[in-house]
Every structure is written in structure tokens, then in C-alpha cells.
Design a protein around this ligand. Structure first.
Ligand code: HEC
Ligand code: HEC
Length: 249
């Protein structure tokens, strides 16, 4: 958005209410404009999008009331944003357009760069029924993620080959000095599944690069895993490229 357009947006919003005006400064800009605790909230939003149930340590047994009857999943997992809207944020237009995670529900792409207060309203609507389950702060965090945290993954990851445009050797510098502490140089220190069918970073990164990129950017819910969202997107993609070069079994 150009400077003139930004000014127009700001003027329009300040005509509404003070809260909305405060948001308008950032929703016209990019992620870098979020500083201090607003950036901390955004980072929390990315983790909550992945799995707010585990991150908050909540117990839920029933399937989400809006999860379609024809869908193949059930139980607590159906409350995760990613389950209905996808790791690629594109819902039925993305990787969840078919297969065991198909729901037919739209993605969240249309709400990128939208006013977070509008997104909070969506999360409190009858479809989502989250108003009583999440604090105002959590809802704000999720809204900041939807507005400024999500990206158009198709610009950086090839849909067919699943390969990223990231640079492996540059990614190695980041991976081998951070991720390696927990996952090991070959990504096999932690097995995400079981002995029979082990899943390592290399496995996930090649099967589901969108999930891996989300984890690289935001960390893993309910764990001590770090977030790399402070780095440039280019460097995050480099890490993904390195992960894709790690052994898959
Ligand atoms: C059980 C399924 C389900 C879950 C879980 C879910 N949503 Fe939704 N979401 C929907 C449905 C259904 C719609 C409405 C789509 C439509 O207009 O037809 C929607 C719409 C949205 C929209 C507006 C998209 C648009 O273009 O209209 C946003 C933003 C959104 N959800 C964010 C979230 C976030 C953030 C979470 C996690 C806290 C979440 N949703 C969890 C089912 C779900
Ligand atoms: C402080 C330790 C720590 C660091 C540093 C760390 N991770 Fe993790 N990571 C974890 C833990 C713990 C899990 C959850 C393991 C489990 O579910 O069994 C995890 C999970 C993951 C997953 C999700 C696997 C899945 O499908 O559930 C991926 C992918 C991943 N890490 C990649 C990375 C990458 C890439 C880096 C470097 C940017 C990194 N991690 C840094 C501890 C860490």
C-alpha cells in the first residue's frame, strides 16, 4: 500500500473509534511494524493457530459443533484452527482440498491484512464458538496472526514438488546452531511418531512442508521449541530447505 492510501485508511479508521484507529496503523503495514508486546502476541497467535488446546493445556472430548459430519476427523483435534483452515491457510483450496483432512471449509487468506477487531468478532461467532473458551488476549493473538502472521505459501513452496525456494546452505547455518540442540544435526534426535513408523524433521519437511514452515516460524505448541519469526522470511525458507535435505527415515 502506498503512503497516500495508508493515510486514507488511517483517516477513515480514526473516524470510527480510538481502538480501531490504533490497529489501523499496523494493519496497513507489514509484520515488522509490530513491536514489543504486540509482536509477542503475534508470536503467540501462530502457536495458538497450530494447537491452542495443547498450548493452553485444555481437555476437550467432543468434536467441534461446526466440524462437518462428512469429515474424517473427530474429537479435540477438530478444534484446532489448522484442522479446518489448513497448514497452508487455504482450506479447501489447498492441501486439505482432498484426503483425510478434507472439510470443504474456506481458508483464512481473505483476512490477511484485515482489521484484527473484525477477526476477533469472527472467532466469537456461533460457527467458531470460541468466545467462552479463549481469553481476550488469546483472541487478539489469533487475530494478529490471521492479519499479519499468515503468508501465501504458494509463492515459496511448489505445490507439486513440495520443494521450497529456500537456500540450503544458508539454512544450515541457522539449523545447525539452533534446532540441532533439540533435534540433532540429522533431525533424528526426536521421533514424532513411534518406533515402527518413525517421523523425523526430514520426514515431515518433505511430506508436509507447509506444516514444517509453520513450526519453523512459530514453534511447536506446548513445548519449549523456539520461534524463528524474528528472522526474515527468506531465512525461514532457508531453514525449511535444510530440513528437506535431512534424512526422512
Ligand atoms: C470446526 C471447523 C473450524 C475451526 C476449528 C475453525 N474454523 Fe474458522 N471457519 C470455519 C467455518 C465453517 C467458517 C466460515 C466459512 C464460510 O464463510 O463459509 C470459518 C471462517 C473463518 C474465517 C473467515 C474466513 C472467510 O474468508 O470468510 C477466519 C478468519 C477464521 N475462520 C479463523 C479461524 C481461526 C483463527 C480458528 C482457530 C481459533 C478457526 N477459524 C477455527 C470453521 C472452523
Ligand atoms: C528447545 C528445543 C527445541 C528447539 C530448539 C527446536 N525444537 Fe522442534 N520440537 C521440539 C519439541 C519438544 C517438539 C515436539 C516433539 C513431539 O511432539 O514429540 C518439536 C517439534 C517440531 C516439529 C513438529 C513435528 C510434528 O509433526 O509434530 C518440527 C517440524 C520441528 N520441531 C522443527 C524444528 C526446527 C526446524 C527447529 C529450528 C528452527 C526446531 N524444531 C527447534 C523442540 C525443539
Amino acid at each position: 500500500m502506498g503512503r497516500v492510501q495508508k493515510t486514507v485508511v488511517s483517516l477513515l479508521c480514526s473516524a470510527v473509534i480510538a481502538v480501531t484507529a490504533a490497529y489501523s496503523l499496523s494493519y496497513a503495514d507489514d509484520i515488522k511494524q509490530l513491536t514489543g508486546m504486540r509482536f509477542a502476541l503475534l508470536a503467540r497467535g501462530g502457536v495458538l493457530y497450530d494447537d491452542w488446546i495443547n498450548e493452553k493445556g485444555i481437555k476437550i472430548d467432543k468434536t467441534h459443533p461446526s466440524y462437518p459430519a462428512a469429515g474424517k476427523q473427530k474429537g479435540w483435534g477438530t478444534w484446532r484452527c489448522k484442522e479446518c483452515h489448513g497448514w497452508d491457510y487455504k482450506g479447501k483450496s489447498g492441501a486439505y482440498g482432498a484426503g483425510s483432512h478434507f472439510t470443504g471449509i474456506v481458508g483464512i487468506r481473505d483476512y490477511a491484512n484485515q482489521d484484527p477487531t473484525v477477526i476477533v468478532k469472527i472467532l466469537k461467532d456461533d460457527t467458531h464458538a470460541l468466545g467462552s473458551m479463549l481469553s481476550e488476549e488469546d483472541l487478539d493473538a489469533l487475530a494478529l496472526f490471521v492479519a499479519f502472521g499468515q503468508i501465501d505459501v504458494d509463492l515459496y513452496i511448489d505445490r507439486k514438488t513440495k520443494k521450497t525456494i529456500g537456500d540450503l546452505s544458508s539454512g544450515g547455518r541457522v539449523y545447525l546452531s539452533t534446532c540441532t540442540k533439540c533435534h540433532g544435526n540429522d533431525g533424528k534426535e526426536i521421533n514424532f511418531k513411534d518406533e515402527k513408523k518413525p517421523e523425523y524433521i526430514g520426514t515431515i519437511a518433505n511430506e508436509n512442508p507447509w506444516e514444517t514452515l509453520h513450526k519453523v516460524r512459530w514453534g511447536h505448541p506446548g513445548s519449549s521449541m523456539i520461534s524463528l519469526v524474528f528472522l526474515d522470511l527468506k531465512e525461514q525458507l532457508d531453514v525449511l530447505a535444510f530440513c528437506q535435505a535431512l534424512p526422512t527415515e
